[in-house]
Write a protein that binds this ligand. Structure first.
Ligand SMILES: Cc1cc2nc3c(=O)[nH]c(=O)nc-3n(C[C@H](O)[C@H](O)[C@H](O)COP(=O)(O)O)c2cc1C
Length: 339
């Protein structure tokens, strides 16, 4: 019988290591809390600029770094940048803050393919600069060590292609002290297109097997079968799930049960999906206010109702809503059809 192993990040034990992947605009503190309730072991925040913390302090990025240990369990803040001294400064600033200092893990983004980020040499741009990438890990580990926090890295299988250098890249990160590495099975130039290459992820996993670190695989995991396949092919300790969790926080308990050979929990009903949409929306409103929350959740709300009768028309209506009351009304109009 196949069962999930434990993953160990620094001195943090992660049982059933199936985690929500960081996603800008989606993995808010509210959504991370909801996903944790359904089994996500932990979830990094979306990426935050280390340099912005150096120049502007915490205020401007605080919203994106907000953590909620009570509802999230293990917490993790993700930083991006291209200068080791920025990471040193940012980590110390975060760890000295009374709230953010409670964070358990610091994650470094070495996978973002967005041109604005890559242009500065950050995100996946660091895959082209392995020595600098390792220096960033070293500086971050040194700064975080003082506060007892492990440092992790999320990256991809290469910049334009998977090569031997991709394996050398993760080896350099491991040697520099990364406590965990997550590899998304796409190159940076693929962005989110094509298919995740789990064979390439497996080779990168093998490359760091001699190091004491947790290894996570990521990319196109959307159900029990794809999760099991990813674990079998890559030999990873854990998985990160991105897009398939949008509007579907239940996916974590499904996958964990499936992998552990337990009975699969019921899939949520249409009405439960509506209720969860409202719960995420209301939670987000409490964090950032109604106008911003409803606007920002326009990209997320349609996922909750995907595949339901008349969902195309309802999605258009949801995207035009600007208050919680409007969203509630739109869903109420559909409840009878969906019941
Ligand atoms: C809208 C969106 C935003 C993302 N933002 C981040 C981010 O802030 N940090 C990061 O490391 N990865 C980010 N990613 C990448 C995801 O974490 C993940 O690696 C990718 O979506 C592949 O996994 P999936 O196939 O399960 O979605 C983002 C992906 C999407 C779709």
């Amino acid at each position: 019988m196949f069962a999930m192993k434990e993953a160990i990040i620094g001195n943090i034990k992660i049982t059933n290591p199936v985690c929500l992947a960081p996603m800008a605009g989606t993995s808010s503190v509210t959504f991370r809390g909801i996903c944790h309730e359904f089994g996500s072991a932990y979830a990094p925040t979306e990426l935050v600029s280390a340099r912005s913390i150096v120049y502007n302090g915490l205020d401007r990025s605080y919203r994106y770094m907000k953590i909620d240990p009570e509802h999230e369990g293990i917490t993790c803040i993700q930083l991006f940048g291209c200068d080791p001294s920025d990471f040193d400064h940012a980590v110390k600033t975060i760890c000295n803050d009374p709230e953010l200092g409670k964070v358990d893990i610091i994650d470094i983004n070495m996978g973002c393919p967005v041109p604005k980020v890559v242009k500065t040499g950050s995100g996946s741009g660091l895959m082209k600069e392995p020595k600098l990438a390792a220096d960033i890990v070293k500086a971050t580990v040194r700064a975080a060590e003082e506060f007892g926090k492990p440092v992790t890295v999320k990256t991809r299988i290469g910049f334009t292609a998977f090569t031997e250098e991709s394996c050398d890249f993760v080896k350099a990160l491991a040697a520099a002290g990364a406590a965990s590495i997550c590899v998304h099975g796409r190159t940076a130039t693929q962005m989110y297109g094509g298919k995740a290459d789990m064979e390439a992820v497996a080779k990168m996993r093998e490359a760091v097997r001699a190091y004491k670190l947790a290894f996570f695989a990521n990319g196109d995991i959307r159900d029990v079968d794809s999760a099991r396949r990813a674990l079998e092919i890559t030999g990873a300790d854990g998985l990160m799930i991105g897009r398939a969790s949008m509007g579907n926080p239940w996916i974590f308990r499904q996958i964990i049960a499936g992998i552990n050979g337990e009975n699969l929990p019921e899939t949520p009903t249409a009405l439960q999906r509506c209720d969860m949409l409202l719960r995420e929306l209301e939670g987000t409103v409490s964090q950032i206010g109604e106008a911003t929350a409803v606007k920002e959740m326009r990209s997320v709300m349609p996922h909750y109702i995907s595949g339901l009768p008349q969902s195309a028309a309802v999605k258009v209506r949801l995207c035009g809503a600007s208050t919680v009351e409007e969203v509630r009304q739109i869903l109420d109009d559909c409840r009878e059809i969906w019941a």
